[in-house]
Every structure is written in structure tokens, then in C-alpha cells.
Design a protein around this ligand. Structure first.
Ligand code: ADP
Length: 407
């Protein structure tokens, strides 16, 4: 969680809300200065014992106890704001910005939420059953909690609406695909867009002059190819399951595995869904889904953890190669998110031995720990390799403010 600081009250604050099915993350952000006035996380909503942590003014406050639903979560957040001595005053809010995972074919740019939009977000639940219903509920409750404050939905799929047809089309029966809206949508778009923009800023280059590969390696993980600021490829697909190896998700597998398991192991649709989304990835291979735990086990000589690390890095490397071909060569390759920002060993393994492609990491620069954007390639490397911290909340706050202020 981003450290919250004390700051000057402003009437242009945006409350950013990111709802999971049983969680709600939030930040109160000043979108121009990027100042975070408060941040927090409510977890285990709907379970016997919920928990909330609120960080503001350099202090953490905690709540434990039952939290019935997302509406109750907002009430607890309001209480924690009040206890911290800085009540959440709706009059001081420019807007509430909501992260919505799936915009489907309907939504691109951020939208002001009204009843119709809320209905459409709900209808997209078939495409994102774990995520969209939670976001819709969060929006609904926030409208009740902050009447008169504009609610804006920012979609994780939006940045990838520009993918060319050759990249977003699956080679399956075209009629079936059209009928069921099956295509590559891509996710983590807010992060890929933010990070590719930060790269241009950090290098002092015009984004339209840069061909970039962005590697978002967090709990979820995805890669993108961005040509001149426009997304042209990404690794996640119809759902956030395709592509890279993740904490609990498999990423790419032969779809034939599913039919085979259905036939020989009798797994039904839910069983297969659970296997690939919740019991695979690092967890499936190493028994732990947190990358730090994988590294600890690997360093202690655990073979399963070593294999998980190798499979993870090999997959990322394969996508780097693919996207170098898609772009016809890249100017910048950037690592971001929890693993990408904090695991030098992953960055080194992913890009090792690629000097022939003009990619050379500097071991010393790679070892530096920092929260700032930084170059980790050698001066001789023709491709610049960077580490750039992502900040999805700030990107959502800025997109929200921009929409509301446009009018
Ligand atoms: P998300 O936002 O998708 O929940 P994050 O971007 O916070 O995820 O990334 C979480 C992942 O980053 C976890 O697997 C965690 O282990 C990993 N991570 C965080 N810090 C480190 C570190 N110092 N070294 C290696 N991995 C790390």
C-alpha cells in the first residue's frame, strides 16, 4: 500500500475504489500532485470476521469485526476517516473513480456512471464473473454513500481496444465468436498505459517515437507491446487467464488439456475453472503463490520452487521475443508491478543472453532498490531496459478528474 501523507485539503480530491468480490481497496488522491491523503484496504467482506486497515497522516488505524457487504465496508471506511481526524467530506470530493475490470466491447474511455451504465457493467458479468459484479456493487453503494458526487468507471480493458484485428481475433468459428463476444480484450490496461507514459516522461522522449514492451508482473501478470503509445498486442485474452504464469493462474496452456481432464478426470466446468484460475501458476508448481516465498524456497534448494521460477521467467522471455517481432524491434522494455519492480533475479533471468538482440542488463543497476523509474540496461544496450513503478490508483484518479472537469 502506498504510504499516505498529511497534506493540504483540496476540493479536487478523487476517491479511488477498487472492489474485489470480498475486498475493497481505496485511496484518496490529489490527482495533479499525485499526493495520497489516505489509503486503505477492507478485506474478508461477507465473512465471519472482516478487517480494515486505514493509513492517513502517517498513522495506521485498524478495524476488525464482521463486515456484511460492500455498503458496510464504505461505512467502516467513513468511520476510519473520521477517527483519523480527517472526515471524508463529500463536498471536498471532485468524484469517485472506480476500477472496473471488464468493459467488454461496450466501454473504452472512462464513463460517468448512471443507471444505464451500471446495468451494462452488470451485464458484462458473464465475461468477468469474479470482478464485474463486485465493481457494480461498489459503484452502487458509493452512489448511495456520496449522493451528488460524480461516479466514474475506468476500465481495465480500455487501453487494449486499439489492438489490431489480427491481434485480438481468436482463430475459432467466426460466428460463434461474434455471437458470444469472444476476442482478446486484455487487462491491466490502466497500468500498461500509465507505465508506458512514465517511460516516455522519464526518458524525456515523445511517446509517439517509442516502441515499447511493458511487463506487468504482479499477482496477476501480463505483457504488452505498445507502438507509439498505442497498444498493439497483449498477453491476457477474453479473461485475465491467458498469457504469463501468475500467482495462482496458469497462463497459457493447450486448451486440449481441458477436454482431456474433463474426459479422464471427470472435471466439470467449475472444477476446470478452479484448477486453472486458483490452483495453478506459482501455487500449482511450488505450493506457494507469493513470489517472495517461491524465492525463499528456491534459495533453500527446493526443486519445485526452482522449476516454478524457471517456468515463470521462461514464459516472460518467450513473450518478450514475440513482441520484439510484433514491433519489429523495441526501444524500451520495462518491468513493473510487485515482482517486476522488486525481483532483480527475475529481470536478469528474463533478459539474460540477449546481447545479439541489443539487450544488455547492467548487473549493478539491476540490483539497485528504488521507488523511482530507472534504467537498468548498460550504456551499450541499444534497447533501454527500465524499472518503472506502476500506480493504477493515480492513473484512475487522473482519468476520473479529467472526465469530470471536461464537463
Ligand atoms: P497485485 O497488485 O496484482 O495484487 P502486486 O503488484 O502487489 O500484485 O505484486 C504482488 C507480487 O509481488 C507478489 O507475488 C509478491 O511476492 C511480489 N513481490 C513483492 N515484493 C517483492 C520482492 N521484494 N521480491 C520479489 N517479489 C516481490
Amino acid at each position: 500500500m502506498t504510504a499516505a501523507s498529511t497534506g493540504t485539503p483540496s476540493t479536487a480530491l478523487v476517491l479511488v475504489i477498487n472492489c474485489g468480490s470480498s475486498s475493497m481497496k481505496y485511496q484518496l488522491v490529489e490527482p495533479v500532485s499525485a499526493e495520497v491523503l489516505a489509503a486503505g484496504l477492507v478485506e474478508r467482506i461477507g465473512e465471519e470476521q472482516g478487517r480494515a486497515v486505514h493509513s492517513a497522516g502517517g498513522q495506521d488505524r485498524e478495524f476488525t469485526g464482521p463486515i456484511a457487504d460492500h455498503g458496510a465496508a464504505l461505512g467502516i471506511i467513513a468511520d476510519l476517516f473520521a477517527e483519523s481526524g480527517r472526515p471524508l467530506d463529500p463536498a471536498g470530493l471532485l468524484a469517485v473513480g472506480h476500477r472496473v475490470v471488464h468493459g467488454g466491447a461496450v466501454f473504452g474511455d472512462p464513463v460517468l456512471v448512471d443507471d444505464h451504465v451500471l446495468g451494462q457493467i452488470r451485464e458484462l458479468a458473464a465475461l468477468a464473473p469474479l470482478h464485474n459484479p463486485a465493481a457494480a456493487t461498489g459503484i452502487e453503494r458509493a452512489r448511495e454513500a456520496f449522493p451528488g458526487v460524480p461516479q466514474v468507471a475506468v476500465f481495465d480493458t480500455a487501453f487494449f481496444r486499439t489492438l489490431p484485428a489480427a491481434a485480438h481475433t481468436y482463430a475459432i468459428d467466426a460466428q460463434v465468436a461474434a455471437e458470444h463476444q469472444i476476442r482478446r480484450y486484455g487487462f491491466h490496461g490502466t497500468s500498461h498505459q500509465y507505465v508506458s507514459g512514465q517511460v516516455a516522461l522519464a526518458l524525456g522522449r515523445d511517446i509517439t517515437d517509442l516502441d515499447q514492451i511493458v511487463l506487468h508482473l504482479g499477482n496477476g501478470a501480463s505483457a504488452s507491446a505498445v507502438a507509439g503509445g498505442i497498444a498493439v498486442e497483449t498477453s491476457m485474452g477474453l479473461t485475465p487467464l491467458e498469457g504469463l504464469v501468475m500467482g495462482t493462474r496458469s497462463g497459457d496452456v493447450d486448451p486440449g488439456v481441458l477436454f482431456y481432464l474433463a474426459r479422464v478426470a471427470g472435471l466439470d466446468t467449475d472444477g476446470l475453472d478452479t484448477l486453472l484460475n486458483r490452483r495453478s501458476g506459482l501455487l500449482g508448481l511450488a505450493g506457494v503463490n507469493d513470489f517472495r516465498d517461491v524465492q525463499t524456497r528456491m534459495d533453500a534448494g527446493n526443486d519445485a520452487a526452482r522449476l516454478a521460477f524457471d517456468v515463470y521467467c521462461h514464459r516472460v522471455r518467450k513473450y518478450v521475443g514475440a513482441y520484439l517481432a510484433v514491433l519489429g524491434g523495441a526501444d524500451v522494455i520495462t518491468f513493473t508491478a510487485g515482482v517486476g519492480e522488486n525481483a532483480p533475479a527475475v529481470r536478469a533471468a528474463v533478459l539474460a543472453g540477449l546481447e545479439r538482440l541489443g539487450i544488455e542488463i547492467d548487473a549493478e543497476r539491476n540490483a539497485v532498490r528504488s521507488k523511482e523509474p530507472r534504467v537498468i540496461s548498460t550504456d551499450a544496450s541499444t534497447v533501454t531496459v527500465m524499472v518503472v513503478p506502476t500506480n493504477e490508483e493515480l492513473a484512475i484518479a487522473r482519468a476520473t478528474a479529467q472526465l469530470v472537469q471536461q464537463g
